[in-house]
Design a protein around this ligand. Sequence first.
Ligand code: GLY
Ligand code: MN
Ligand code: MN
Length: 454
Amino acid sequence: MVHAEARRRGDIIRGMNDRFAELYPQHLETVKQRHDKALAETGYDHIIIFGGEIHIQFLDDTYYPFKVNPHFKAWVPIVDNPHCFIVYTPGEKPRLVYYQPVDYWYKPASAPSGYWVEHFDVRVIDSPEKAKEHFPKGGRSAFVGEPNEMHGGDANPEALLNALHFERSWKTDYEIACLTEANVRGVRGHRAAAKAFREGKSEFEIHIDFLLHSSQAEEELPYGNIIALNENASVLHYLNHIREQPGDLRNSFLIDAGAQYHGYASDITRTYARDEQGEFAKMIAAMDAMQQRLCTMAKPGINYIDIHMAAHKEVATILADFEFVHGLDADGIVEKRISSTFFPHGVGHFLGLQVHDVAGFHQDRAGCIIAKPEGHPYLRLTRIIDPRMVFTVEPGLYFIESLLADLQKTENAKYVNWTKVDEFRKFGGIRIEDDIVVTDDGHVNLTRQAFADA
Ligand code: GLY
Ligand code: MN
Ligand code: MN
């Protein structure tokens, strides 16, 4: 029985590796073409991409977690080895300078292996200083990465980065497969976390269960887990994980947590009520239904700002339906910016190698910016949507003390049912967040698909 299970898992892993091996060459070809074009436009002969180094803590001999340069992991799924470089000259096989020291204090990286290795001219170095022996000798090099005394070229030229960032908006099939798998893993963590909440565990214990079931160490997460019970859910990026919580005080649970796969992120949020028959549970259901309506807007040609503005109208409708606001219809609630008190963030952002992926405002490869609508400073995506774009849809509705206090001081305070608002402060808030990939005629919801398959 145990052997059969091990064999089954082995088959699944082999099948997955085969699929990524199949998709990777086309991905690499696209990455090369994007670099060829951007280098030609900006007058460079070569690019040297530094994966990054580890940084030592102040007055200490221990290190901060290593975070790889996203430009580096666009080429190779290496996320945990510092002092590596991609060196690329258009028309030539890309070179991977791979750091593998002789070390008995720390375990050195294993020899490069996997479906991607054959596509690189791999040069192993045993000390960081040797990297430059493998850099191009003549011509103009652009250096992309954390500034480093070895780079010997122009560091992070803006025009080159703008072009590369713009191109990253369209994901390759390989990248979509990575993002799909990141959702599958994130959803495993989410299911375990929901169970932990029902069992009465603390934020800290739920956090640990998420890590265990998504098979991630804390430093491998795409972003810090937001695991919030009760009013803590009103803190948009709540990163504390309280260890002790009396069992009878669990009214609500908001979890915003994702996973990484080959350097690509998922970003998923769910909200739960302890009392599944109560009014807060009904509000969660209303938010869930409206989030799915917003997702149906995801198709080629839509302006993402329209999804954001539709979210405001939906939040306003819920505020009116649940009698938090009276004397105004949904349009009035949006117009008077009351919806912004309850929904102060953007409805989503690009997703990919970075959880808030680049180029959300780029009109073109030169980096011209598409402005955010007035009064919506935290929106991170203002683009017209194309097939292969991947973004989140994450409306929220919160009871945030400081914003409510601001609202209370304005003319608009008279429209608010403060007794009702006060009753709901203890729940913190609601956010529902899915990851969407746009197809030629619509979209695939990677998160709902992963929950449905789980
Ligand atoms: N997890 C951060 C965000 O949803 O944008
Ligand atoms: Mn997000
Ligand atoms: Mn999130």
